[in-house]
Design a protein around this ligand. Structure first.
Ligand SMILES: Cc1ncc(COP(=O)(O)O)c(C=O)c1O
Length: 394
């Protein structure tokens, strides 16, 4: 079976992590892997998570299976967090999944099964797992322009022109906020314009919400998603709790289908449960229960919101300090866009050779497409990284 196998390409971020682990230079800086880091370089367990886990440990008296779609209380908590009151509950179907990636996979597989000719439109660039999973499932991939490398901002005209060519039933994959890898946000006006185009074309928005609360606020980061869900007959959402609850390894995510009405909702709910059954039967429960415990208790919710706000404000302060350090080092505003981007990532506009030089000469680890995880920048690393970038990139 394995003698003549052609190996899949290994994930370049995982490859980078391995090289970083073996690097013994004291000033090494990991700006590659996509996890949040506090100013002292840790990825902490959030205080609300600790308390919720303690409560679960004390009160849980069975580990027996839950339903195929996961716990309905988790669906309810996530529905409110993601959608607020943008749509009536009767339109929403949901199923827990192993992380945001699991939810993406379930939704793309469902699309392939139910509408095999539908294309999936991905932003150029996007998180590599989007294209990897879509390709693996045999879906047709189309791309729409998104990033303007000249300005470090949105190629608005290009994006709108490309999206107007989508066919009815195609999926248009959008990042709810904190676009990975560019850091470029959509304004509410952009979301409105996208919604109007989707209305005209009949394409379906598929929103990847991996960073709610990391951009501007829990509500602002969900505003575009809520707008589309309220104005269009169908919206698909893959939400992750990996980052905003720090539950990375517990694998907590949810696939949400906002449907045209109650009949379609019943069908969508049955399909989501069916696809869970085929792939892993029951979804993981522990992390989902942590999330539902936090969101179901006003005190824990408050503790969580406060800590999340601190993380977000820290990242945005790091962005501002880093953009300023680069302004001083380069004597220009070339990297000013880093201050206005949101979320953990930005593209720094480095060629693969420049990325190699940053790693080899300065022990700075960036993904080869030039994606940097700003949350990996501790305050004492900022001058070192700004100086190295000025030397290598200018
Ligand atoms: C854009 C995007 N979508 C989804 C995910 C899903 O993450 P997870 O499967 O760990 O929840 C990530 C994580 O890096 C991401 O960056």
């Amino acid at each position: 079976m394995f003698d003549a196998v052609s190996l899949p390409e290994t994930d370049q971020i995982l490859r980078l992590m391995a090289i970083y682990a073996g690097d013994d230079r004291p000033l090494k800086v990991d700006l590659g892997v996509g996890v949040y880091r506090s100013p002292d370089g840790r990825t902490p367990v959030m205080a609300a998570v600790k308390q919720a886990e303690q409560r679960i440990w004390q009160n849980q008296n069975t580990k027996s299976y839950v339903g195929l779609a996961g716990d309905p209380a988790f669906h309810g908590a996530m529905r409110s967090l993601v959608l607020g009151d943008a749509v009536p509950v009767g339109r929403v179907a949901a199923a827990a999944a192993p992380g945001g990636t699991g939810a993406i996979r379930q939704i793309l597989e469902m699309t392939k099964r139910l509408t095999p000719d539908a294309a999936v439109w991905l932003s150029d660039p996007t998180w590599p797992n989007h294209s990897s999973i879509a390709r693996y499932l045999g879906l047709t991939i189309r791309t729409y322009r998104y990033y303007d490398a000249e300005t470090g901002g949105l190629d608005r005209a290009g994006m709108m022109a490309d999206l107007s060519a989508a066919a009815p039933g195609d999926l248009v994959l959008l990042h709810a906020c904190c676009h990975n890898p560019t850091g470029v946000e959509l304004s509410l006006q952009d979301w409105q314009a996208i919604g109007a185009t989707l209305e005209t074309t009949g394409a379906i928005p598929f929103i990847d919400m991996a960073y709610q609360g990391f951009g501007n606020s829990l509500e602002e980061d969900a505003a575009g998603t809520r707008l589309l869900a309220g104005m269009l007959p169908e919206t698909l959402i893959a939400a992750s709790c990996s980052k905003n609850f720090g539950l990375y390894r517990d694998r907590v995510g949810i696939a949400i289908a906002v449907t045209s009405g109650e009949t379609a909702q019943g069908a969508a709910q049955a399909m989501l449960a069916y696809f869970n059954r085929q792939n892993y039967s029951f979804p993981p429960d522990h992390g989902a229960r942590v999330v539902e415990t936090i969101l179901g208790d006003p005190i824990l919710t408050d503790i969580w919101r406060t800590e999340l706000r601190g993380m977000r404000e820290g990242m945005n302060a790091t962005r501002a300090a880093f953009a300023e350090a680069l302004r001083v080092e380069t004597g220009s505003d070339r990297f000013g866009f880093l201050g206005s981007h949101r979320g953990m990532f930005s593209l720094i506009g480095a060629t693969p050779e420049q990325v190699d030089r940053l790693r080899e000469e300065h022990a700075i680890y960036v993904v080869r497409d030039g994606r940097m995880n700003v949350a990996g920048l501790t305050p004492d690393a900022i001058p070192h990284v700004a100086r190295a970038m000025a030397e290598v990139l200018i």
